[in-house]
Design a protein around this ligand. Structure first.
Ligand code: G16
Length: 552
């Protein structure tokens, strides 16, 4: 154990002007790295967190991140500020590497833990000129609630200064125990506990048999946080060949890539599965390990379908044999899971975008599995979405069914029908243009019902709002919904995770019954809706963009 020779000196650093721009978005505070590098910027947000998070004094905090540029420095600052605020214990990890789901688990298993601070801007690129972020999680291991985030933001607006101890950096190169004044600092292996949890939930013997029987898989860690986890799971425990995990070394700039597991940003992986025949299964996770993309040979699994398939087959998987209490999806996620839930006669909840909205439902035992169209799927094993969990879940279903991804999807659609679905993102739109587009449509909502659109008729047009069934908290302004008489719909939202300009998201969905045409290209199947959305919102003219920057 190392200890600072004397009690570290605590400095109270005054802030001449409080920052006015530290409002967290959909998930934490994300900004370009240079913004975080301004003097006192990171410290201001952390001070607010340490003042607001209940139980900080004498409590335990979990701290780690996805390894992006700024991770190590931020951990050092957090440790010194934790010491200055009388935190009893900080649990952090070797090299500061900790995926978001692993952080959630570590919070849940660490005695006296009051929450965690996760350093990540998720799927946004990293590096000196890219993005950095700070996410705050509560004692249940889940993302801060809207109320907690708002209280932190309010505190930043009037902050007079912050407290920080003066101490040398604690070495994070290996597990160990240290002390900063009265604060104990434990450096643990950030991979081990998570892997143990996965072994409880999934039958690794069954997986090893199946994968060894001629079912080649490849996993792309995109040089982000899941590399060490995936190598331990796939190459070590499941005995797959070395190299099964691509881009497995976490890099501060993700190798210059964009660590977002979708068809655009994980293109080499997508090409290997959609055009090549070397692999039967491919998957990728994002910067901090909570998102996932699932691919079969010649088959991309849309995340909304992935949630439905996981729900339909849950009892085939070791940790879920007893069945699901209920399921939930975010509003823009397709209703594919609703149909399965109805068949299984279990409740299905519709929440706003953001994993934080699943927390209460999970804590109350109302749901076991939940997911979002934004490549997030998870269960009550932690309180975050979990990329590697989803990959192992899929492999477990395939091991139980002994079939290909394509066959599984075809069977699913033949049973439940197919929810053709796509999301069109317009990134980097000028903020004013995006706000005007959104506002103009919002103003027209009351006149839209009954009007013809996309060869259909508008049944209902509204702005989604949500009342939490557990604590009654309400959240309004959660996206514009245009619901058509046929059951098709389009949703318009402004992203809460971008850091430059605005990102307009257009979500499109059409249900085809099980006896209909199930094998269309989604862009073709949705073409009338795509035209209808353009007609309704004038996206091209208002954004100056002819096509979306990302289509998923
Ligand atoms: C975050 C949230 C997700 C949300 C996603 C997209 O994911 O945790 O719940 O669906 O952002 O949000 P938006 O549409 O507002 O950009 P992550 O992986 O970035 O933490």
């Amino acid at each position: 154990m190392t200890a600072s020779a004397t009690t570290p000196q605590v400095h109270h650093v005054p802030l001449a002007t409080p920052f006015q721009d530290q409002k967290p978005g959909t998930s934490g505070l994300r900004r370009p790295t240079p913004v975080f590098q301004q003097p006192h910027y990171l410290e201001s947000f952390l001070e607010a967190v340490l003042q607001i998070l209940p139980g900080v004094q004498g409590g335990t905090l979990v701290v780690g991140g996805d390894g992006r540029y700024g991770n190590r420095r931020a951990i050092d600052v957090i440790l010194r500020m934790a010491c200055a605020h009388g935190v009893g214990r900080v649990v952090t990890t070797t090299d500061g590497i900790l995926s978001t789901p692993a952080a959630s688990h570590l919070i849940r298993i660490s005695t006296g833990c009051v929450g965690g601070i996760i350093l990540s801007a998720s799927h946004n690129p990293g590096g000196p000129e890219e993005d950095f972020g700070v996410k705050v999680n509560g004692a249940n291991g889940g993302p801060a609630t809207e109320q907690l985030s708002d209280a932190v933001y309010q505190a930043t607006l009037t902050l007079q200064g912050y407290a920080i101890a003066e101490a040398a950096a604690i070495p994070l190169d290996r597990p160990g125990r240290h002390r900063l004044g009265t604060t104990a600092v434990e450096v643990v292996d950030g991979v081990e506990d998570f892997v143990v949890l996965m072994q409880k939930l999934f039958d690794f013997d069954q997986l090893r048999d199946f994968l060894g029987s001629g079912f080649p898989v490849t996993f792309d860690a995109l040089h982000a946080v899941t590399g060490p986890y995936a190598r331990r799971i796939f190459e070590n425990l499941l005995e797959l060949p070395a190299g099964t995990v691509r881009h497995g070394a976490p890099l501060e700039d993700f190798g210059g890539g964009h660590p977002d597991p979708n068809l655009t940003y994980a293109k080499p992986l997508a090409d290997a599965l959609l055009q090549g025949d070397e692999f039967c299964f491919g998957a990728a996770c994002d910067g901090d390990g909570d998102r996932n993309m699932i691919l079969g040979r010649g088959c991309f699994v849309n995340p909304s379908d992935s949630l439905a398939v996981i729900t339909a087959h849950a009892t085939r998987v070791k940790g879920y044999r007893q069945g699901l209490a209920g399921v939930a999806r975010s509003m823009p996620t397709s209703a594919a899971v609703d149909v399965v839930a109805e068949t299984l006669a279990i409740p299905c909840y519709e929440t706003p975008t953001g994993w934080k909205f699943f927390g209460n439902l999970l804590d109350a035992g109302k749901i076991t599995v939940c997911g979002e169209e934004s490549f997030g799927t998870g269960s009550d094993h932690v309180r975050e979405k979990d990329g590697l969990w989803a990959v192992l879940f899929w492999l477990s279903i395939l091991a139980a069914e002994r079939c290909s991804v394509t066959t599984l999807m075809e069977r699913h659609w033949a049973t439940y029908g197919r929810h053709y679905y796509s999301r069109h993102d317009y990134e980097g739109v000028e903020k004013a243009a995006a706000t005007e587009l959104y506002g103009a449509l919002q103003n027209r909502l009351p006149q839209l019902a009954g009007q013809p659109l996309a060869g259909d008729r508008i049944r209902q047009a509204d702005e989604f709002s949500y009342t939490d069934p557990v604590d009654g908290a309400t959240s309004s302004s959660q996206g514009l919904r245009i619901l058509l008489e046929s059951g098709s719909r389009m949703v318009f939202r402004l992203s809460g995770t971008g850091t430059r300009g605005a990102t307009l998201r257009l979500y499109l969905e059409r249900h085809e019954p099980s006896n209909g045409t199930l094998n269309l290209d989604p862009q073709k199947a949705l073409a009338p809706l795509i035209r209808g959305a353009e007609q309704l919102a004038g996206i091209r003219q208002r954004t100056g963009m002819d096509t979306p920057t990302v289509i998923t």
